[in-house]
Design a protein around this ligand. Structure first.
Ligand code: M6R
Length: 609
């Protein structure tokens, strides 16, 4: 996944698509490539690394072609290498394709293709899609027909762009859950994964709807549905400047990334939930390893540490597997006692955090098994762990981590369920969990719909001198992350602790003006939480509660209540509760004119100790 560009028209196409890719650089990528329609062949040029590497290659192979597609890749399946960079050919080298998203059933398809004699040059899911469409092309009378048939065999989220040397004036694209926009010019047409790439060339755009196939030629664009029926074209005129377009029209990347979470949850589960097999991961420890592990240590920093606390909650409550969570900086200097049968899990968005990397190396020197939960493929932690599970959250640009946190918690959830399955742990309703996980993207969307209420609450609280974040169980772990978000982006002092700890000291800080945000999503502890709320209110403090839609208890006690959708699992209720809390931090920061995406004193990736 990452950036897509394409052009067909009278001008030299290579310079245009290269420029379009540059305009998508802000999204992050690790390799790039281009397919150029030469007279009787498709020339593919690609390189790992930054765009300048591809730029040098293009200088060595000049072209005045009038059709090209290009891609900047952010690795998901297979490391950031020349071979794994897009475009990919089909088996007959008749078509070339670029792709954003994840093909969930690519392993099954690959096995089928291998059995039919196909050979693959890369480890990507994209090359599998290229072979599938290439196969269909052998029996179809047009490229769009081949794409239409091919995508019926693919499962997952994708934006695919395909060109064929048999139809050299045509670009065919299809979108399913990954964005694609088409730009209309005079005698030329183009496409991209994001609007900023198109702005210097046109402001007349078509946003491709779900499951729509687009056929671009220099003088026309056609749209059709999955059954080949022509669809009407809705052209929009875009007024955004480039900076607004990079943020997808959102005022800040943080807000964009908060809103991406329903899709991130879907992407994170992609290919990992199977009706027959349950939860599965590519290249994970085998059964005997899971049966041998006697203890888990989760090691991370900041938000990733908070995700680890959620993991501990689940591992201990659901799996009864003793789990400790360490700050990486403390772990490495703490001379930890490590059981030889333990597993060390390293959680990191960037995969480059210096303290986490040092803690990983310490574990490796002690011959402890290591597992990474990482967002950036090819990063140091991902490479050095014995096994790594990728969070598949896409590039996160805002310094304040939001969507990466949700994806980390979700991977830990999937992992706990995977271990439960392998160990045949009694009493764990894996099928019920799976059903509920599949509903989670919709529920996260509903949690985002709380934004207008959150804005009102933020307005009321924007001048608070201190904000408490409190909860019990998983809500207590979420409270730590919610507090970090508020202090990080809005610079509001916070005090976070389990709600039951209040009267052991922190309660002394409560006075009129102080706000306490309670996570109250676990039905089994609501009465206790209500007592804690009363203690705060009795000292003049204001109480905001995040609870679930079926609550009748908390709403009577709190001054303000925000309700996230209910699930049968208190843990997933808590997972959803972070969404309004992230929005709360964002809107308080916005009302106070803070520099939201790049808060003072902080960096996105902390590569120094
Ligand atoms: O890249 P990592 O996940 O290893 O980074 C860890 C922390 O630096 C990071 O989560 C930090 O706390 C975020 N800025 C929080 O929003």
């Amino acid at each position: 996944m990452c950036g897509i560009a394409g052009y067909v028209g009278p001008k030299p196409a290579v310079g245009i698509v290269f420029d379009q890719l540059k305009r998508l650089e802000y999204r992050g990528y690790d390799s790039a490539g281009i397919a150029v329609m030469e007279k009787d062949q498709i020339k593919v040029l690609k390189r790992a690394g930054k765009l300048k590497e591809l730029g040098s290659l293009l200088e060595e192979h000049p072209s005045d072609a009038h059709l090209a597609i290009a891609h900047s890749r952010w690795a998901t399946h297979g490391g950031p290498t020349d071979e794994n960079a897009h475009p990919h050919y089909d088996a007959y080298e008749q078509i070339a394709i670029i792709h954003n998203g994840i093909i969930e059933n690519y392993l099954e398809l690959k096995e089928e293709l291998l059995a039919n004699g196909h050979k693959f040059r890369s480890q990507t899911d994209t090359e599998v899609a290229a072979h599938i469409i290439g196969e269909e092309y052998q029996r179809a009378d047009s490229l769009e027909e081949a794409v239409k048939r091919g995508v019926k065999r693919l499962r997952g989220a994708y934006a695919l762009v395909v060109v064929s040397k048999k139809e050299p004036g045509k670009i065919v694209a299809v979108r399913n859950a990954s964005p694609l926009v088409i730009g209309l010019g005079k005698g030329e047409n183009m496409l991209a994964s994001d609007i900023p790439a198109l702005l210097p060339y046109t402001r007349e755009i078509i946003i491709l709807e779900e499951d729509t196939i687009a056929v671009l030629e220099d003088d026309k664009v056609r749209l059709m549905d999955g059954d080949g029926r022509e669809l009407p074209i809705k052209v929009q005129h875009v007024e955004w400047d480039v900076a607004a377009a990079e943020r997808g029209g959102y005022e800040h990347f943080m807000l964009k990334e908060i809103h991406e979470q329903p899709e991130v949850i879907r992407q994170c589960m992609a290919g990992r939930i199977d009706e027959a097999e349950g939860i599965r991961f590519e290249s994970i420890f085998s059964e005997h390893v899971w049966n041998e592990i006697d203890r888990v240590n989760i090691i991370a920093c900041g938000t990733a540490y908070h995700a680890g606390l959620m993991g501990k909650h689940l591992f201990e409550k659901v799996l009864r597997l003793p789990t400790d969570v360490y700050y990486s900086s403390e772990f490495r200097y703490g001379d930890p006692v490590l059981s030889p049968k333990s597993l060390a899990i390293f959680v990191s968005q960037s995969g480059e955090t210096a303290d986490t990397l040092a803690a990983l190396r310490l574990c490796k020197s002690r011959r402890i098994r290591t597992l990474g939960i990482v967002n950036v493929i090819g990063s140091s932690i991902a490479r050095e762990c014995d096994r790594t599970i990728f969070t598949q959250a896409g590039p996160e640009i805002s310094v304040a981590s939001t969507k990466a946190y949700t994806a980390q918690v979700l991977v830990l959830t999937l992992l706990a369920l995977h271990i439960a399955q392998v160990q045949e742990a009694p009493g764990i309703r894996v099928e019920e969990w799976i059903e509920e996980l599949l509903r989670l993207p919709e529920k996260a969307k509903a949690a985002l719909d709380l934004e207008s209420e959150v804005k009102e609450v933020a307005e009321e609280c924007k001048n608070m001198p201190l904000c408490f974040f409190l909860g019990r169980g998983a809500d207590a772990a979420v409270a730590l992350e919610a507090a970090l978000k508020l202090k990080e982006v809005a610079y509001v002092p916070t005090q976070e602790s389990p709600a039951g700890e209040m009267k052991h000291g922190p309660l002394a800080l409560v006075q009129p003006g102080v706000v306490s945000v309670f996570g109250a999503t676990d039905p089994s502890t609501l009465d206790k939480v209500v007592s804690n709320m009363k203690e705060v209110q009795a000292r003049g403090g204001a109480v905001i509660a995040i609870t679930t839609q079926d609550d009748t208890t908390i709403q009577k006690a709190a001054d303000r209540t925000l309700k996230v959708p209910s699930t049968p699992f208190e843990f997933l209720n808590a997972v959803l509760s972070i969404v309004p809390l992230q929005l709360f931090a964002y809107h308080v920061a916005r009302l106070n004119n803070c520099e939201i995406d790049q808060p003072r004193n902080l960096a996105k990736s902390v590569t120094v100790e």
